[in-house]
Design a protein around this ligand. Structure first.
Ligand code: SF4
Length: 283
């Protein structure tokens, strides 16, 4: 596989189209942040972003947004952490009402996640101060207290949560954390590995140096490194913008894929000439 640097040099037209694609989706609100932002206080916004990130699994974006909205309606603002906590039955009823089935792989875990986010907020009652006082690495460590944020060395949901907390709107809530010394010189400016969403995986398999060799055959660490290095090459100032935009690539929307819904069924997409999916389905 050629290096990202070489790929960028050899494929200027494609990389230019990728930059335009990323830019086109950079103003679209993050699905979890869009719901969490409705909360009345900054702490509640962070808490709801944590809950939304932890439950975001094996459901498409419109479904997860409907589900998070339904939870917010049922248990608004500080009800996420106020005692007494809702019963598992009350929490599961929200899922059954919204998704109209209980076969979701996360069904058995959502109540535990709800309670553990609540416990996390009761331990850190001012989540803005909590973020201000911590570096991204310290936030990452603390977030391991939340059920389903991950305990192992790789905690993709904790990383995604940090980006949702610290990034500027509409990518995140714009809550500042404490940046470590020399962060400007560090990879990804001192922030954690970028979220490797299903959209980003599909994108890298079609528009990155791994398109020939097969992205799927790379080791997990190689996939993550490719995501981080590629995103920094495409958008050096804010690499997370790339991860944010790629989550919408060939991801189910209301009627069609979200990227197609936003580009008049591919006709206005900068990647039109390069995208196999568009070429197969619109000509
Ligand atoms: S499917 Fe269409 S909208 Fe999506 S990236 Fe390809 S050309 Fe663009």
């Amino acid at each position: 596989m050629v290096s990202v640097k070489r790929f960028v040099q050899d494929e200027p037209a494609l990389v230019d189209a990728v930059r335009k694609f990323v830019c086109g989706f950079s103003h679209m609100p993050d699905p979890i942040v869009a719901i969490a932002s409705q909360a009345k206080t900054r702490t509640a916004q962070v808490a709801w972003a944590l809950f939304g990130t932890a439950i975001y699994q094996d459901r498409d974006i419109p479904e997860i947004m409907r589900l998070l909205s339904a939870f917010y309606e049922a248990f608004p603002d500080e009800k996420l952490w106020t005692l007494p906590v809702p019963t598992a039955g009350a929490i599961n009823a929200v899922i059954e009402r919204t998704l109209e089935d209980n076969s979701w792989s996360m069904f058995e875990h959502v109540a535990g996640i709800f309670w553990s986010v609540g416990l996390f907020v009761r331990r850190h009652p001012d989540l803005v101060a909590w973020a201000h006082e911590r570096t991204p690495e310290e936030m990452w460590r603390d977030l391991g207290e939340i059920y389903f944020m991950g305990k192992a060395a790789v905690r993709p949901k904790a990383c995604a949560a940090i980006y949702r907390i610290v990034s500027a709107a509409p990518l995140g809530l714009g809550v500042q954390c404490r940046m470590p010394e020399g962060y400007a010189r560090k990879a990804l400016h001192g922030l954690p590995p970028l979220p490797l969403t299903m959209g980003a995986r599909r994108f890298l398999s079609m528009f990155s140096p791994a398109r020939e060799e097969g992205f799927a055959d790379l080791e997990p660490a190689q996939k993550q490194k490719l995501m981080d290095v590629y995103s920094k090459a495409v958008c050096p100032d804010v690499p997370y913008t790339v991860a944010h935009s790629l989550q919408f690539f060939l991801e189910a929307g209301t009627e069609d894929f979200i990227c197609r819904e936003k580009t008049q069924l591919c006709s206005k997409c900068p990647l039109y000439e390069h995208c196999d999916y568009a070429l197969r389905n619109t000509r």
